[in-house]
Design a protein around this ligand. Structure first.
Ligand SMILES: [Fe+2]
Length: 386
């Protein structure tokens, strides 16, 4: 067998796709929905709009809006109390990756006992209530993955959970929801997507299904991310970025992420750096170090992104990739760890633990060049100095 591919059963992509929710629920035979929505979208009236459109179909909608950025088990448990207070057959997630991951965890824990940590990787979670994801940010791609991440409120560990129960049964990918994203969120979420695609493409688990999806995603992001940042109302750029984010999710969900995401999670857990931003801090340096493991793959990525010409040999193309990624991060004003406000002494003292946590996640083992603990520490030091 060459590969196994997991996807949502329904993907509706395009402006106004969110208005298809009632039809999608009917198509899936679901009739007792519960909404998880982030507070920002609730304040913009999107929750009320969904509620009134479903009411026309005779479907009442209970909801939870206590989503926190980078979900914690505490916030998920609060949502579970609400969810278990009714009789529901599906959870609708409306918001960014944090809202979608919160909804996924609530859906799989609804009928389970124990703590979420009992179900972290390498355990798999293969069933739960159906999830319908409506992403509002072009970034995590969580609407098309069978993964979710949460921080354990008791231990501060950032846990990765995997399994078919976490794969949304349907995703309504509507770029109109993304036009209100501010500059920093647009940039960081977009670089997160770029990392998903690049890591999936160079992963040891890359395959012929995910390769063209990853290449198309990278090509779109390099072209449209700066436009979406500078011109938030540019609908062509917003539509392209939203589409690319879902492509990135499909690519990494079926080929895995690698060293960037492995090293990124500890930065997020210890220093509360938003997920996309910690990836962005790592992207150029980790790519530069990894190239020796898969030079021709990195060269192909560079050509897809337009950083290298078709006639450039692999060595020249890979070098141009690193230069291009450095220029992109600089243009998008990505701060380094020091500029973000992290104290060097704290960074330095946590590096051994961070390296152990990165290795324990399993993601570095998918990298084309596999580091040991000492090399990961050296890479964190290089990222600090960059
Ligand atoms: Fe990510």
């Amino acid at each position: 067998m060459d590969m196994t591919v997991y996807l949502p059963r329904i993907l509706r992509v395009g402006g106004g796709a969110r208005h298809e929710l009632g039809k999608v629920l009917a198509d899936l035979g679901l009739c007792r929905p519960f909404l998880v929505i982030d507070a920002f979208l609730l304040g913009q009236g999107h929750g009320a709009a969904l509620e009134s459109s479903l009411a026309e179909q005779g479907l009442p909608l209970r909801q939870f809006s206590g989503v926190v950025p980078d979900p914690t088990t505490e916030s998920i448990d609060a949502g579970l109390v609400e969810l278990r207070g009714g009789d529901h057959d599906c959870v609708i997630a409306l918001g960014g990756g944090s809202a979608i991951d919160t909804a996924k965890f609530m859906a799989v824990m609804a009928n389970r006992s124990g703590k979420l940590r009992d179900y972290k990787v390498p355990v798999t979670i293969d069933d739960g209530l159906s999830v319908i994801a409506i992403p509002s940010t072009a970034g995590t791609g969580s609407e098309a993955t069978r993964a979710a991440v949460a921080t354990d409120s008791e231990t501060e560990e950032k846990m990765l959970c995997m399994g078919l129960g976490l794969m949304p049964v349907a995703a309504l990918v509507d770029y109109e929801l993304s036009v209100t994203m501010p500059y920093r969120l647009t940039a960081d979420a977009g670089i997160d997507s770029l990392c998903h695609a690049l890591e999936a493409f160079v992963s040891r688990k890359a395959n012929p299904f995910t390769d063209p999806i990853a290449l198309a995603c990278m090509s779109s992001i390099v072209k449209y991310l700066p436009v979406a940042c500078e011109q938030p109302d540019n609908l062509e750029a917003r539509a392209a970025m939203m589409h690319a984010a879902t492509q990135g999710g499909i690519a990494f969900s079926n080929a895995s992420v690698t060293l960037i995401h492995g090293m990124s999670r500890p930065i997020g857990a210890h220093f509360h750096v938003p997920h996309g931003l910690s990836n962005a801090m790592l992207l150029p340096e980790i790519t530069a170090w990894s190239i020796d493991g898969a030079r021709s793959r990195y060269a192909e990525a560079a050509r897809a992104m337009g950083y290298a010409k078709l006639e450039d040999n692999d060595g020249a193309a890979a070098d141009k990739l690193v230069a291009g990624l450095r220029a992109l991060c600089s243009a998008l004003k990505v701060p380094g760890p020091a500029e973000f406000g992290i104290a060097q002494t704290q960074w330095q003292s946590l590096l051994p633990l961070m390296a152990e946590q990165a290795l324990a996640s399993g993601s570095p083992a998918n990298n084309p060049r596999i580091p040991d603990k000492g090399e990961i520490i050296a890479l964190y030091e290089r990222v600090w100095a960059a």
